[in-house]
Design a protein around this ligand. Structure first.
Ligand SMILES: *[C@@H]1O[C@H](CO)[C@@H](O)[C@H](O)[C@H]1NC(C)=O
Ligand SMILES: *[C@@H]1O[C@H](CO)[C@@H](O)[C@H](O)[C@H]1NC(C)=O
Ligand SMILES: *[C@@H]1O[C@H](CO)[C@@H](O)[C@H](O)[C@H]1NC(C)=O
Ligand SMILES: *[C@@H]1O[C@H](CO)[C@@H](O)[C@H](O)[C@H]1NC(C)=O
Ligand SMILES: *[C@H]1O[C@@H](CO)[C@H](O)[C@@H](O)[C@@H]1NC(C)=O
Length: 584
């Protein structure tokens, strides 16, 4: 990630204005460079919206997670960090270590600009652990001040001492850069992936574009140092613009276990994920890695565009996965940016968090992934309250009391007698809204106040005393059998704050469920200014950043509600106060 350059700016602006969707224009502000603000470090950190158990440093700006890995018993997370201020700029690779993905200790930055091949920036990249336990980082270096061309190159870095499980010091050898761009794509050439092996050679891919075609260039190397461009890309997609932070990995079709990136054959499928700079969301397809042709082919029926599947239908970007051999799982990290104004970033002295790491595996249908918070998060669960068999009629709200609801983990199962009362799906929506924002638009139009048949029902998180503010996470079920638009999940920031200056999207996603068992589950991780929600065991995930003015700390409340004519029963609800881990 990190296309903060004037070349892209022109293109993005052009496309955004011609696009029918207003919300895509939000992208543009983020591309501006605020030179005079990027070195201003706050003397005081505003705590009101700081998270309790999400990953963040003590202060300043963060963005993409980089090179996550497990090495000699230790989890490593690097991330894009401005050591001097709370807006983007002066980017280094900050580095933290953990034994459980939850408690984090900061180390010195691992990679900082210093050499001709990265003097103007050390941008995102990935780690590969080579045989004999030798980790190598590939990252993007910026070699000239923007907007000079020829500035995005790929470099490598190696640990000074591989016997140190903390990998404290990193060396950038002098034979860098190992890959140079051509003049034409010099400003759009970044984010190298973890490598895999094919026919005895290493391969990896780098994100780019040619005009509006997103391109994932493929490179090959016998020794991890001498890389040559393969004559065709791993994958490309029309009309989506720049591929940032590509990720390419195998998933098992027989179990929930993760697989090392070097597994390229067997009972597997492959996932190809990109972060689209133009829309600022993370999209994936499931498909096949054709090792004869050395290309990735999405499965029949996959939507390979920004109307396709997302890891998260909310605020989640520049994600990166890694294989964790100690637990035999694949884990995804993703960044949730702050969604307020530049002035507020500077004032509060910090910006950006990493979402709770999520285990990822293939849904038994083979048609989507499932994402679920890593099990270690449960070690932070403290005081617990439960509800069971509570019936909710239309208009009912049941308060969940006795825990710290502004910093909580809530897991609930809803049941209902039948689908008979489900409201009609309005086919006009399909004409009115483009597929990529259909769910979000329906959530926005209907909210929780438009009463329905089966739903809206769900949680009202971060609610103020008199409901002036609330962040609802809820479902509506439509009477549209035989489509995947039957169950809608919403996480609506619109009523979340009285501060109307804030970005308050009504995020939404459909949940691919037939509801044959008249049941749906929801888990929400609430943490002051973030609500991360997982429907139906991780089929649909939505993260919202919210900035309540009243519903802060002990002034926040949590309710379960129903606003549909059908009775909805809380079959079981468990909610926990969440403790503070050691956080940098
Ligand atoms: C900001 O800090 C960077 C890194 O130390 C430095 O190179 C740059 O000149 C500073 N910019 C301003 C405007 O002070
Ligand atoms: C860069 O762009 C040119 C022309 O658009 C293309 O032919 C070339 O393969 C691209 N990729 C790299 C890595 O140079
Ligand atoms: C790098 O690899 C290419 C292709 O395998 C080979 O032609 C070239 O001689 C190698 N260069 C070095 C410096 O080893
Ligand atoms: C339920 O709908 C009524 C009528 O529109 C509305 O007044 C009420 O606020 C809604 N409840 C919630 C939680 O939005
Ligand atoms: C996060 O901030 C909001 C509000 O400014 C923007 O609309 C998003 O595009 C942005 N997301 C990313 C990934 O940068």
């Amino acid at each position: 990630m990190g296309s903060f350059n004037v070349f892209d700016w022109g293109l993005v602006a052009l496309v955004c204005f011609s696009h029918t969707l207003n919300n895509f224009e939000g992208v543009m502000g983020f591309h501006k460079i605020f030179k005079d603000l990027q070195n201003i470090s706050a003397t005081e950190i505003q705590e009101a919206h700081r998270t309790g158990y999400h990953f963040q440093p003590k202060q300043n700006w963060i963005n993409d997670p980089n090179a996550p890995m497990f090495y000699k018993g230790i989890y490593h997370l690097f991330y894009q960090y401005n050591p001097k201020g709370s807006i983007w700029g002066n980017i280094v690779w900050a580095h933290s270590v953990s034994e459980d993905l939850i408690n984090w200790t900061p180390l010195e930055p691992a990679i900082e600009p210093s050499k001709p091949f990265d003097q103007f920036g050390c941008w995102s990249g990935s780690a590969t652990v080579l045989p004999d336990d030798k980790p190598v980082i590939l990252y993007t270096g910026i070699t000239a001040e923007q907007p000079e061309p020829g500035y995005q190159v790929q470099n490598y870095a190696i640990p000074e001492d591989t016997s140190d499980p903390y990998l404290t010091k990193w060396i950038k050898p002098d034979d860098n850069p190992i890959i140079k761009p051509t003049q034409e794509n010099a400003s759009a050439f970044r984010d190298p992936t973890t490598a895999w092996m094919l026919n005895g050679q290493w391969e990896m891919t780098v994100g780019s574009k040619q005009d509006m075609v997103g391109v994932s260039y493929l490179y090959r190397s016998p020794d991890f140092i001498n890389w040559t461009l393969v004559d065709h890309p791993l994958h490309e997609t029309e009309n989506v613009g720049m591929f940032e932070c590509p990720d390419f990995y195998p998933v098992s079709i027989t179990g929930e276990n993760g697989l090392d990136t070097t597994v390229i054959e067997g009972e597997i499928k492959h996932v190809f994920k990109v972060s689209l700079d133009m829309t600022r969301y993370d999209y994936y397809t499931i498909g096949k890695y054709d090792i004869e042709q050395d290309i990735y082919i999405p499965d029949e029926g996959m939507i390979d565009s920004w109307a396709g599947l997302r890891y998260d239908w909310g605020n989640f970007y520049a994600s990166k996965s890694f294989f964790d051999p100690s637990k035999n799982r694949r884990v995804i990290w993703g960044w949730a940016n702050e969604s307020s104004t530049i002035d507020e970033y500077v004032k509060k002295g910090w910006a950006g968090i990493q979402c709770i790491p999520r285990t990822v595996w293939l849904d038994p249908s083979g048609k989507q992934l499932l994402l679920w918070p890593v099990a270690e998060l449960e070690t932070l669960r403290d005081v617990n309250v439960q509800l069971s068999n509570v019936e909710l009629n239309q208009g009912d709200k049941v308060e969940v009391e006795g825990i710290t609801v502004a910093q909580a983990d809530v897991d609930v199962v809803f049941t209902f007698p039948s689908l008979d009362k489900a409201e009609a799906y309005d086919n006009a929506w399909d004409e009115t809204y483009p597929p990529e924002t259909l769910a979000e638009n329906i959530c926005g139009v209907m909210g929780t106040t438009k009463q329905g048949g089966l739903g809206p029902f769900g949680l009202l998180t971060l609610t103020s005393n008199d409901f002036e503010e609330y962040t609802p996470v809820f479902f509506r079920v439509f009477n549209t059998p035989n489509t995947n638009r039957r169950v809608l999940m919403c996480s609506d920031a619109m009523p979340s704050t009285l501060n109307e200056q804030e970005y308050r999207p009504s995020f939404g996603g459909f949940v691919d469920l037939d509801l044959a068992d008249n049941k749906i589950s929801l888990r929400s991780l609430i943490d002051h200014s973030v609500v991360e929600s997982f429907a139906a065991g991780g089929k649909t995930v939505i993260t919202s950043r919210v900035y309540p003015t009243l519903a802060i700390n002990e002034n926040a409340h949590l309710h379960v509600f129903n606003n549909g004519t059908e009775i909805v029963t809380i079959e079981r609800l468990d909610a926990w106060s969440m403790k503070n881990p050691m956080m940098n």
